[in-house]
Design a protein around this ligand. Structure first.
Ligand code: GDP
Ligand code: MG
Length: 166
């Protein structure tokens, strides 16, 4: 299994924590050295039978101004090379303009998109249902995964599912 996966989401939702959990120390090495103009490599996940390259695609999660309009276009051409997108939200934050901006960008692309609801260690099951309801109609999600990047809940299941698609 191999491919390119973009991981997007507002600041502080837990993207780095997630990557650190699945990849560990290699991230720091990769993010310093391996940069392209369109996509920044955040880390490379490898195991016996897979290699997944995680990318940050800046244009997809920045509000628009003139520079970002340009970035948007490069983000979309960059997304041509991407096999799946993980859109991460935090269970502790309400849906806001930043989330809606990303969702609108994701509507324009034809790639599998996962909704990753992170920080479930901070909430109760009723709250999780409420969050799922809030996002249910926002996009035609290919998969929805509640996880705790910090504690590890459901992270292996997410990775197994992702690997199967690549
Ligand atoms: P990023 O900006 O999306 O890369 O977010 P970070 O990975 O830097 O995380 C932001 C903050 O959220 C840090 O203080 C993390 O420790 C915390 N955090 C990340 N994942 C979780 C989680 O699953 N549960 C809890 N309780 N905190 C988390
Ligand atoms: Mg980060």
């Amino acid at each position: 299994h191999s491919g390119f996966v973009a991981i997007v989401g507002r600041p502080n939702v837990g993207k780095s924590t997630f990557l650190n959990r699945i990849i560990g120390q290699k991230i720091a090495i990769m993010s310093d050295k391996a940069q392209t103009t369109r996509n920044k490599i955040q880390g490379v996940y490898t195991d016996d039978d897979s290699q997944i390259i995680f990318l940050d695609t800046p244009g997809i999660h920045k509000p628009s101004n003139q520079l970002d309009d340009f970035m948007d276009k490069s983000a979309f051409s960059a997304l041509k090379d991407i096999d799946a997108v993980l859109f991460m939200i935090s269970a502790t934050e309400t849906r806001g303009a930043g989330d809606n901006f990303i969702i609108n960008q994701l509507k324009k692309i034809d790639k599998p998109v996962y909704l990753i609801i992170n920080k479930i260690d901070e909430i109760n099951p009723n709250k999780l249902l409420e969050i799922m309801d809030t996002y249910k109609k926002a996009l035609n999600w290919n998969e929805v995964f509640p996880i705790s990047a910090l504690q590890g809940n459901n992270v292996d299941e997410l990775m197994d599912n992702l690997k199967d698609k690549l």
